[in-house]
Write a protein that binds this ligand. Structure first.
Ligand code: NDP
Length: 288
């Protein structure tokens, strides 16, 4: 019997997840199908009931359902609970959906690769200087968990200042060492220019690039900007940074790496990240 998997979101037509997962299913000769399903905000409970009756066993969850997916799940990993959002669901056979957040390990993997390409150890490079994280949405919370677990010196900066408190909360909860003396702070959005001058590197977890926008970049002197978005959105955000001398990396490897973590949860197989990255990159390049 064909095993059924898929991704739920709204919008969903642009999703590269079917390309990535179907490629791995083919590579491993699995009798499985992976579908993209558009489900409007608020409709996740009914959608999950329908998919249960059709014997779906694994799902990826994207905007706007990640918080709802965690709330509906019968159980969740510690990191999904800390981040407050789930992007992966599976049914272990006891009638429940279980939840995890693989954005966090996907980001961790991709950032280490990005530093690896520069032949620099991120832990030594950033021991005294802050990482600057822009944004405080769902994806940014996964970044806060990864940096908190590493006790990495970090500054959070978001347009809506109140949301940055949640980032610090996730950061602190991610490692016992963060309870008292934590190397974490919030910077107001108005102070962004100064923070960009002194930070070790930048993570962009805003959706600015999706509306063709970027920020004012001071000279980068080779420092890294890691943008979680990819395709046209990343290009819009990163092109001005490159022009100012920053080293830029987009979020496509994070996308593939988080998918690999989901695939491993579902099939207990570590898929080939390089082959999927090449397929995804080709597809984006062909789309212009
Ligand atoms: P959310 O909608 O949850 O958060 C958007 C963030 O962008 C908020 O912090 C928001 O600030 C900020 N923002 C939006 N417009 C502006 C603006 N004009 N000026 C300043 N800040 C702005 O999105 P997600 O967290 O889900 O996604 C964020 C990015 O990460 C997207 O580009 C998405 O594609 C990418 N992503 C990549 C993944 C990958 O695997 N590579 C996985 C998940 C996401 P405010 O709080 O003030 O509204």
């Amino acid at each position: 019997m064909t095993m059924l998997y898929g991704v739920i979101g709204d919008p969903i037509a642009h999703s590269l997840s079917p390309l990535i997962h179907k490629g791995w299913m083919r590579e491993h000769g699995l009798e499985a199908e992976y579908l993209a399903m558009q489900v409007p905000e608020g409709d996740l409970p009914q959608a999950l009931q329908t998919l249960e009756s059709r014997a779906f066993t694994g799902l990826n969850i994207t905007l706007p359902h990640k918080k709802a997916a965690l709330a509906i799940a019968g159980g969740a990993t510690r990191r999904a609970g800390l981040i407050g959002a789930a992007n992966t669901l599976w049914r272990p056979g006891d009638g429940t959906w279980q939840a995890d957040n693989t954005d966090a390990p996907g980001f961790d993997y991709a950032l280490k690769e990005a530093f690896g390409e520069r032949q620099t150890d991120p832990s030594t490079e950033t021991s005294n200087v802050d990482a600057l994280v822009l944004g405080a949405g769902g994806a940014a919370l996964a970044v806060a968990h990864v940096f908190g677990a590493e006790v990495r010196p970090t500054v959070f900066c978001n347009r809506t200042a109140s949301k940055a408190d949640a980032m610090v909360g996730v950061y602190k909860a991610s490692h016992p060492a963060n309870k008292n003396n934590t190397p974490v702070r919030i910077a107001p959005f108005e102070a962004l220019k100064n923070e960009l001058r002194v930070c070790a590197f930048v993570i962009n977890a805003t959706s600015l690039g999706h509306s063709g926008k970027s920020i004012d970049w001071p000279p980068g002197e080779g420092r890294l900007v890691y943008d979680l978005s990819y395709g046209r959105a990343a290009e819009a955000f990163l092109a001005p940074a490159r022009a100012a001398g920053w080293t830029t990396v987009d979020g496509l490897l994070m996308l593939v790496a988080q998918a690999a973590c989901s695939f491993e949860i579902w099939f207990n197989i570590k898929p080939n990240i390089a082959s999927a990255l090449a397929r995804a990159r080709r597809t984006l390049d062909n789309a212009g």
